[in-house]
Design a binder for this molecule. Structure first.
Ligand code: NAP
Length: 243
């Protein structure tokens, strides 16, 4: 028996990396998973794959509608889609600022807004409101700041503030909202770093290594499960002890 048996979950940014690992973990725990990304054909573990740009409100609303039409409800939302467009603030273009904020922060808002109504309607076997669980993927640099990432750190700091606000606003409807703040995790996003830079970063981490996508997925699955039923508005760091 899995910890998420019978749950319906939507995971954004599911075509690779951390998102794909989250889909696999939620499915292994018994959830029916809808996997979304801009380009996605298949995703191991997912029951449905949908092409969705999280920064497009119409596409986001259509994705949630289709999920409810096919599976009857949404119990779990994982806002994982994210991008970086790094550069020093003095030289950062408006377009690079806007794109990162639109995908990382506005996308999280749009999906949260879209699931809030169906989650409010959810009822358990006892007929009582059962709400849902929203897990947002933030970042360690949304807590600490980081030179060269004004757009990205602002988006992730915003995601953390949004998480706390959603927890307060929707808590009375039994909708929990938490964030996971990963440190350096091996994925396409960090693979682009030169090998010597990666080694230097690793030396600053108490565990002396990058994390794996499954480390983040395990924390997400716990926050989404009933084992975390009294946990909301929190930021769980998965960073090897960096902060
Ligand atoms: P990744 O390998 O680059 O994957 C990013 C995912 O997001 C892809 O599936 C991508 O698919 C999707 N995506 C990007 N823009 C999208 C959009 N507009 N609409 C829908 N999907 C979109 O990155 P990752 O390392 O797995 O990162 C996942 C999350 O963890 C991100 O939020 C990232 O900020 C966060 N994070 C990562 C690290 C790390 O060290 N890797 C650390 C801290 C936080 P498409 O391109 O097909 O849309």
């Amino acid at each position: 028996m899995g910890t998420l048996d019978g749950r319906i979950a939507i995971v954004t940014g599911a075509s690779r990396g951390i998102g794909a690992a989250i889909v696999g973990k939620l499915a292994a725990e018994g959830a029916t998973v809808v996997a979304c990304a801009r380009s996605i054909e298949s995703c191991p573990g997912a029951s449905l794959c949908l092409k969705v740009d999280v920064s497009n409100a119409e596409q986001v609303d259509a994705c949630v509608k289709e999920t409810v039409a096919k599976f009857g409800r949404v119990d779990i939302l994982v806002n994982n889609a994210g991008i970086t467009k790094d550069g020093l603030l003095m030289r950062m273009s408006d377009a690079d600022w806007d794109q990162v904020i639109d995908i990382n922060l506005k996308g999280t808002f749009l999906f949260t807004r879209a699931v809030s109504r169906p989650m409010m309607k959810n009822k358990g076997a006892d007929g009582q409101p059962s709400g849902g669980a929203i897990v947002n993927i933030a970042s360690v640099v949304g807590i600490t700041g980081n030179a060269g990432q004004a757009n990205y750190t602002s988006s992730k700091g915003g995601v953390i503030a949004l998480t706390k606000t959603v927890a307060k606003e929707l808590g009375s409807r039994q909708i929990r909202c938490n964030a996971v703040a990963p440190g350096f995790i091996r994925s396409q996003m960090t693979d682009v770093l030169p090998e010597d830079v990666k080694n230097q970063y690793a030396q600053t981490i108490p565990l002396k290594r990058f994390g794996e996508a499954t480390d983040v997925a395990n924390a997400v699955a716990w926050l989404a499960s009933d084992a975390a039923s009294y946990v909301t508005g929190q930021v769980i760091s998965v960073n090897g002890g960096m902060v």
